[in-house]
Design a protein around this ligand. Structure first.
Ligand SMILES: [Ca+2]
Ligand SMILES: [Ca+2]
Length: 358
């Protein structure tokens, strides 16, 4: 079959297929922007692909594809010195000059500033599936849906409320603790200076939730971003230009979302460039907000293998052509060279790789 005929056949086969395709891929490269006074936006050069990120006040954490924990940025309190007894982790979080990690075995390690006991992990704590940092307090979710809280408790943020139900996910804010339970109920407690604990009555069951310093964010089942709480820079007012989102994150006074096409939207305060999303990033997989910096995991270049099935063939060509013809010019990995548009260059890359296929 000639390349042209193959292409034609593939186009027919792939119509609809490309759009229905769902990447299982979850690792990518770390990209940081905004505040970098402490090097919090400069990942180590040796850092490879990562699967999880966390942004603290002025430091940043990542779990790489081998489950190892990395840290960079401010190290005034040792918050960027990963403990030697932490080999692998499945959950990380970063607060103000301290860090938390849940090891694969379910134990928790904390390091950095311990002025409020935020790094004094309860000795009996086991079976932890997720950790979250507030600014000065720590949150751990156990496999049985219960939570443990320790550290600064000036607004009751470390009091385990009754009636939380079976918790499935946790987050920390400036002085707030956030939990989502198996019934889809979001609970927020601690400091409520700006209404950040007042979950909107019409929110329904959020699919995702996040906290800024004194503002809160949620993603509805239909992908709409909601915000409430402290709002001097509009950080709690998601712009209508977001459309449908798949991920959200809060910083000190800025907020971030990933659209369905993998592009990033940032809003709120921009005093250190935390809203200046680099152009041509490619498809974002995860996002995190530090005090004045932003962190994303971006899908690695796919070269010509747009469908990421290990083979460069007519389906990859078809995927590029489909996206090229579509209104959205940045759809998925058809933007092979990650420059923000799907164009002839992307097609040329696929054709070049096709020629190199065994
Ligand atoms: Ca392919
Ligand atoms: Ca391109």
């Amino acid at each position: 079959m000639s390349p042209a005929a193959l292409l034609s056949a593939s186009l027919t086969i792939s119509l609809g297929m490309f759009h229905a395709r769902c990447f299982a891929q979850s690792v990518g490269s770390v990209v940081c922007w905004g505040g970098n006074v402490f090097g919090q936006s400069t990942p180590p050069e040796t850092l490879g692909l990562v699967k999880q990120i966390a942004a603290g006040q002025v430091h940043t954490l990542a779990i790489d594809e081998s489950d190892r924990v990395w840290a960079w940025g401010s190290n005034s309190f040792g918050e960027s010195t990963v403990p030697k007894d932490l080999s692998t982790a499945h959950s990380i979080s970063a607060g103000v000059n301290f860090s938390l990690a849940a090891r694969i075995d379910g134990t928790v390690v904390a390091w950095g500033l311990n002025g409020n006991g935020q790094c004094t992990v309860p000795t009996s704590l086991r079976s932890v599936t997720e950790v979250a940092c507030g600014s000065f307090h720590s949150i751990a979710l156990r496999a049985d849906g219960t939570i443990a809280l320790w550290g600064l408790n000036d607004y009751g943020q470390c009091n385990v409320l009754s009636g939380l139900g079976t918790v499935v996910s946790v987050r920390g804010g400036g002085r707030q603790t956030l939990t989502l339970n198996s019934e889809g109920q979001l609970r927020i407690w601690g400091r409520n200076s700006d209404g950040q604990c007042n979950v909107p009555f019409d929110l329904g069951t959020p699919s995702k939730f996040a906290s800024g310093y004194y503002h809160s964010l949620a993603l509805t089942q239909s992908g709409a971003v909601r915000g409430w709480g402290w709002n001097p820079f509009g950080q709690a007012s998601p712009p209508s230009t977001i459309g449908t989102a798949v991920a959200i994150a809060g910083g000190y006074w800025h907020s971030l979302a990933i659209r369905t096409d993998g592009s990033i939207v940032a809003w709120g305060g921009n005093d250190e460039g935390q809203l200046n999303v680099p152009t041509g990033l490619g498809r974002a997989l995860a996002i995190a907000g530090g005090t004045r910096h932003s962190v994303a995991i971006v899908a690695p270049p796919c070269n010509g293998d747009v469908t990421r099935n290990g083979v460069v063939d007519g389906l990859d060509l078809a995927a590029v052509l489909n996206a090229w013809a579509a209104t959205s010019q940045t759809e998925f990995d058809a933007d092979v060279n990650n420059d923000g548009i799907v164009a002839g260059e992307d097609l040329a890359i696929v054709l070049g790789d096709w020629g190199n296929c065994p």
